[in-house]
Every structure is written in C-alpha cells, then in structure tokens.
Design a protein around this ligand. Sequence first.
Ligand code: AMP
Ligand code: GLY
Length: 422
Amino acid sequence: MNVLLIGGGGREHALAWKIAQSPKLGKFFAVPGSPGIADFAACVENISITDNAALVAFAADNAIDLAVIGPEAPLVNGLVDALNDAGIKAFGCNKDAAQIEGSKIFAKRLMKKYGIPTADFEVFDTPDAAKDYIRTKGVPIVVKADGLAAGKGVIVAQTLEEALTAVDEMKTFGAAGSKIVVEEFMDGEEASVLALTDGDKILPLIAAQDHKRALDGDKGLNTGGMGAYAPAPVVDDKIAAQVEEKILKPTIAALKAEGIIYRGCLYAGLMIVDGVAKVVEFNCRFGDPETQVVLPLLESDLLELMTACAAGDLGDKKLSWRDGSAVCVIMASGGYPKAYKKNLPIDGVTKAKSLGAMIFHAGTKLVGNELVTNGGRVLGITATAPTLREAVDKAYRCVDVIHFDDVHFRRDIAVKGTGTRN
Ligand code: AMP
Ligand code: GLY
C-alpha cells in the first residue's frame, strides 16, 4: 500500500514510525514531513497542508492507497472529503465530523443534546454578556474561544479579574474568538482516551495523561502539551468502561443520528471527578504528545487498522498491547507558548538515541547538515520500560544529554503516575 501522511509534528513522526513497521507498506510520502519523518518517508515540502486541490493531485499522481491526516486544520478544512470525492481513501474524519474539535459550541451542544457528561456551559456573542454571566457565577470559571486556537484559546480563571481579562483576550483569537464559551470549572484529574472508529464500532486505545501547562506543578499557561505517559492509572478498568459506554460509543452514535459518519481517531479529553469521567474537549485526531506514548505500546499493525477504519469496516479487529509504560518529555523553545526564538542548533540527539530513547521531532529543520529548532515544541523524548518509574528515569537521562539554547522542559512528567518526584 502506498501511504501519504499529512503533517510534520511529533505526532506525525510517531505515526510514521509505527506505519513504517507494517509489512503492508509500499511507497511512503509525507507532506511536509520533518527531518525525523525523513527516516521513513519521502518528504514533500512545497505543498501546503491546507491546499486540498494540490494534495489530491499529489495523491492521485503517486497512486496513494491511503492518506493519513495528522493535524486538525486539514480535517476541519475538508481534506478527507476532497480525497474521498477523488476516490482516494483517507484515515481521518470528514469536514462535518471535524466540527467536534473545530467548534467548541458544536461539541458542547452535541453533548448536551445526547446526555454525554461534560461541564455546564453558556455561549455568548458579546464580551459584555459573557462578563455579566461570569460576575453572577463567580470563580473559578473557564473561558474558551469557539474555534481552533492551537490549544491556547482556553483560560482557566481563578480570580474574577483573570476571568474578565480572559474575555477581552478572546478577541486575539480572531474568528475563533468571536463567540465566547464560559464553562463550569471541573476539579479533577485529566486523562486522554483516543479511539479508532469506522463510524460505527470503536476501538479505544490505552489511556494517556498529558501535561498541558507550561511549568512544573501544572503552573503557567496552557500549551499544546509538555509531556505524556501511558497507561494512565487514573483510568482504571471501571473508568475505561465508563468512557467507552457513556462517552465514546454515545458520541459516535450521536453524530450518526445527526447524519455525520465519524471515521478516524476520536480523542476524548477527560476530567475524572470523584470516579466519574466527564468530557473537557473532543479532538478530531490523534493527540500530541499522547500519540508518542500510546503507539510505542501498541503491538497491532496500525496501517491495517487505519485501512479498516477508512473502509468503514473494523470487523472484529482487536488491539494488542505490549506490557510496560511509555513516557514522553517535550523539549520546548524557551518562551513557548508565547514568543520564542528559532534556528538554534540542537546537540546530543545521537547520544540520546544510543541511551535507548525514541526522539520524535516536533519542530526541527535541517540547515545544511545541522539540526536546528523550528517551533515551540522542538523534540519529544520517549522512553519505554517495564515500569513507569524506569521509563521516566530513562526518558530524563536522554533529555539531559540534549541541548539547545533557551531549552525548556518540565521535570515532573508522570509524577502523577509514579507518585514520587523525578
Ligand atoms: P481544552 O482546549 O478545552 O482542552 O482546554 C485546555 C485545558 O484547559 C484542558 O486540558 C484543561 O486543563 C483546562 N480546562 C478546560 N476546560 C476545563 C473545565 N471546564 N474545567 C477545568 N479545566 C478545564
Ligand atoms: N495533547 C493535547 C492535544 O493533542 O490536543
């Protein structure tokens, strides 16, 4: 099978690494790919991932059997619809289905209508109306932009002043901030459960825990994710069954009832409050960095599973998992998620690999033969081991030999899982 992977972040590097292990893989291309993905696929940098016509033409010219779409933007932009219209199969959901991530209001209204557990919320067209509501509700409270804002359009406000300022800041998210969602604050522990689906059946992957805040102790601004580990013990068998029966299956069924067939990966961001899982958000794609810890533990052939999802027929496929745990520590540019420098030389990657880590490239590029920083999140250092403690130690041993100026990473990835400081 010839495969085209869309995207070039750490998640796509992990997808490429896993897809490349399939005996079914023929030719493998990536747009735009990355210096890491180039180990597995031919990278094509001169096509934009939101140029549907050019991507369809590339897929047709290269006899692509399956396109795998990593990031949300092309999904929200209707790439899967365009590929399917041209007779090309794709792993990823269509444009209508992608609203589950593309519009928080769509997702919240769907959950409310179909009784899927989530925080109470209200939607406002004007900052003043949102502020009046916040004053009556009090804090803590959560203020969100409606559309895509790269994981940054959410403010969890602890004081009234913060909440009111957050409302004003929503303007900076452009169209995404034109409607404002104000949500009840849920106090619990977060986890991410991703599921493969053919539009009818679902196969949940093992649960992961992301670390969204920039700083240790869950302090600082929300980011795309500063590290992850799997399996996440907070999702025990009871919670996992609850997530499957009360969240994932009902959501796929709710979408179907609305005339939307969801095929691809459905990501449920959860808050576990007193033994009950509630949805914080849905994403219409694999998580980043969750994918970098879940896929290294997956034994099954991912390409085969994705092909079955795209065909709408998972049949009786099951997933098999390796024993042990995986940890991913994100090495980010100093300043992220705000402004940061680029083009800083990265040292130590070869040494880190020799210590047993997988190095997933999130924001790097090659200048001549030199690897340099090229994004907020730069590298994801993933280690697997029989226990979570060993995986954490191995990951940080590798992190400690990699260097670039202004590097920033969290020291407490997976502390919630190990119960002890790193
Ligand atoms: P989202 O982009 O909706 O996932 O929100 C980003 C992050 O903000 C989440 O991962 C949570 O850490 C936090 N968050 C969002 N909504 C809530 C909520 N209702 N209660 C508590 N924390 C929240
Ligand atoms: N790790 C959060 C996300 O993928 O949105």
